[in-house]
Design a protein around this ligand. Sequence first.
Ligand code: FE2
Length: 270
Amino acid sequence: MNLLFIGDVVGKPGRRVISEQLPLLRNRHKVDLVVANAENIADGAGITQKTAEELFAAGVDVMTNGNHAWDKKEALEYITTEPRLLRPHNYPEGTPGTGWFVISVATGHRVGILNLMGNVYMHPTLACPFAAADTALAAKPEDVKMVLVDLHAEVTSEKMAMSWFLDGRVSAVVGTHTHVPTADERVLPQGTGYITDVGMTGCYDSVIGMNTQKALRRFVLKLPERFEVAEGMGTLCGVLLDIDEKTGLCRAITRIRATETVVQSAVRVA
Ligand code: FE2
């Protein structure tokens, strides 16, 4: 089973590079399932039905989420109608949507997707992601051998701790949220694939996907500048997971990077 996980998709450059490159990647790597973190797909903050449908049409099968889940209010309603869109599982009881979804793929296998959010420097009142992982896995159907966990978290140590906590119990733990790809992808001793952060899918001529000049005004002049999605060529960052269907464990994890080939001359930043 080849699972492609795509890191935080930011705005139009992120959606555009997925539309262009994902069909090629699916073909080249014989990808069976595509999961993408989508919390920033709509104008760099949140999710709308229109932008989610654009990614589903481009070949994304399931979308995970994070602290920007509700930045666009329509997501609160949309998530109740679209089971392939998740939100962190450790949000309080009663939050719309769910953080656990089982998808059937063309190979005939079922794959569980679990979306969690970190506690450190994130929502201070969020439930413990470690306890939430235990609860979700305890309820996992017996025939679901493969499980992907997206831990949306700020600090490296929390993500790394989760990988050891779940080693041998899930196929992979992938980190999202920082928008910077790390070079520590590996398969842990008990067979769980891991990377601290998959990186951003968006415009890298930016400050984590946002317009550089606006970000500089905030940092240098301390002005209350609104973040704006950077325009320019989109780069897709992801990891390809080779998973054993019988054991659910990871054979290999490989970083993937693809850049738009169509020059966005009209929107290139001077
Ligand atoms: Fe985030």
